[in-house]
Ligand binder design. Structure first.
Ligand code: TRP
Ligand code: ZN
Length: 463
């Protein structure tokens, strides 16, 4: 691909800038392909020289000491001949690295594990990293915690946007999705939950090993492990396709009753399937833990909720399984592709259950004063990762979808939403591709509408 994520904008904005003398903000962003960078907001993350296919992650965790002994096998392919390559990794102590079974040299930098195999690799190759120590909690630019977060009875590993590098040496960028296997050994009496499907739980001596398999390709930022005391609920729900979706839910017994959330989840999934198309993943569930992070996270299959999973948040995190997890952004600048849709899903749910309609939500927000932080920076135009989870991304992102809906009408809008989920299922996508699809489905020229809503600073006029 030679186009950048900015392609769809470059032309109209250039023309506008010339004709109207408009200031359109910092559109001259580094060309991702040419610099070899994989992300414009996190230039240190990700390694375009190879493509990971599978992570096999073994963890042995002692909560009291916060001591982790781990081994991850990374199966990747490369079209090049790599004399050395890097994985994203912070903290802990690397004890050994092997490439295709042979000992390899390695060194650490602040965020990378640089591996030098005994001979260059090409095609498919497997890197085995053994590591141990105290995994780190990472504090982001916005002050929030991710990475390996300790709890009163264990820990939870959360990875948005970059925290997975605290516990998996990885190509830690959303563009490189892979399958996973997690084998987590914990003291007997504790539980260990992760993404995907539960393969086995084996008790041996005074420990238990929980094995989880993720067959659907998953971005590193959606990987999750929660270790602690949980009440485990196994059930199933039926997809609109007739497929049985296993549901594994884990609730910290010190948190509020799980009954309501467990009853609502199948209803939410069914509601979203009708709007977005079939549930895109093998299994579902809920993880509620007493972790002192101030946010829920759409960790794949099984979102994490801090303390309580209320209905609006269930709707939001479940919608991410389609938008964000199955259809994944390629560059963090496009995070509105996840958050705008998940927020819009909440609007749809509320509207269908006797609350404000999406149009009313839109109108209410549109009245927000022009000076409000809702209007600047525009959803795809922020340059500081502290703004990843800001109002422009969530609220103005959702407003973008409502503006599109009003422009192209309900039948085309909902055809577009289903097509977006289907065309990029289990893949990656960009705003440019979304604009192209909306234009294709509706037969209308929509670049101005999207530039108004996603790119131009300030409140779009005339909506
Ligand atoms: N992506 C999460 C959601 O909307 C939110 C999130 C992740 C978040 N990390 C955060 C919000 C840090 C605030 C701060 O479901
Ligand atoms: Zn979200």
């Amino acid at each position: 691909m030679t186009t950048t994520p900015r392609h769809w904008l470059a032309v109209p904005l250039l023309v506008l800038a010339m004709v109207g003398g408009l200031t359109v903000g910092a559109t001259a962003r580094p060309d991702v392909e040419r610099t070899g960078r994989t992300d414009t907001l996190f230039p240190k993350q990700g390694h375009p020289g190879y493509d990971v296919r599978h992570y096999d992650v073994r963890l042995d965790y002692a909560p009291g000491a916060n001591a982790l002994v781990a081994r991850t096998k990374v199966r990747a392919t490369t079209k090049q001949r790599l004399r050395s390559f890097a994985l994203d990794f912070v903290g802990m102590r690397v004890t050994a690295v092997r490439v295709d079974g042979k000992p390899a040299r390695f060194r650490r930098t602040a965020q990378h594990l640089v591996v030098r195999p005994s001979r260059p690799v090409t095609g498919s190759f497997t890197t085995t990293v053994a590591y141990a120590g105290h995994p780190q909690e990472i504090v982001d630019a916005d002050g929030s915690s991710e990475g390996w977060v300790r709890t009163d009875d264990g820990a939870i590993a959360l990875g948005e946007p970059v925290g997975t590098m605290a516990w998996i040496p990885s190509d830690n960028t959303p563009g490189d999705k892979a399958s996973y296997r997690f084998r987590i050994t914990v003291p007997r009496g504790l539980q260990a939950v992760s993404n995907g499907d539960l393969v086995s739980k084996v008790d041996r001596g005074d420990s238990s090993t929980w094995t989880w398999r993720v067959r659907d390709r998953m971005a590193t930022y959606l990987a999750m492990v929660a270790i602690g005391r949980f009440t485990v609920y196994r059930s199933a729900t039926e997809s609109v396709t007739g497929r049985r979706i296993p549901v594994w839910s884990f609730f910290d017994p010190t948190t509020r009753s799980s009954a309501k959330a467990r009853a609502v989840l199948p209803k939410v999934l069914r509601f979203e399937e009708r709007l977005f198309g079939p549930y895109p993943l093998t299994s579902a569930g809920i993880v509620v833990d007493n972790a002192s992070v101030g946010y829920a996270l759409e960790t794949q299959n099984r979102p994490f909720y801090p303390g309580v999973a209320d209905s609006a948040t269930l709707v939001h995190e479940s919608a991410h399984q389609w938008f964000g997890n199955s259809v994944t952004l390629r560059d963090w600048h496009d995070i509105w592709l996840a958050e705008g849709f998940a927020t819009y899903a909440e609007w749809l749910w509320t509207g269908a259950h006797g609350g404000k309609t999406p149009a009313e939500r839109f109108d209410g927000l549109y009245d927000t004063p022009a000076s409000s932080s809702l209007w600047s920076p525009a959803p795809t135009e922020f340059t500081n990762s502290a703004q990843l989870f800001g109002e422009p991304v969530y609220q103005r992102g959702a407003m973008t979808l409502q503006a599109l809906r009003e422009r192209i009408g309900d039948p085309d809008f909902f055809r577009f939403v289903k097509r977006w989920a289907a065309d990029h299922r289990q893949g990656n996508a960009s705003t440019a591709q979304l604009v192209a699809l909306a234009e294709q489905v509706s037969g209308e020229q929509l670049d101005e509408l999207f530039a108004d809503w996603l790119v131009r600073d300030g409140r779009p006029a005339g909506y």
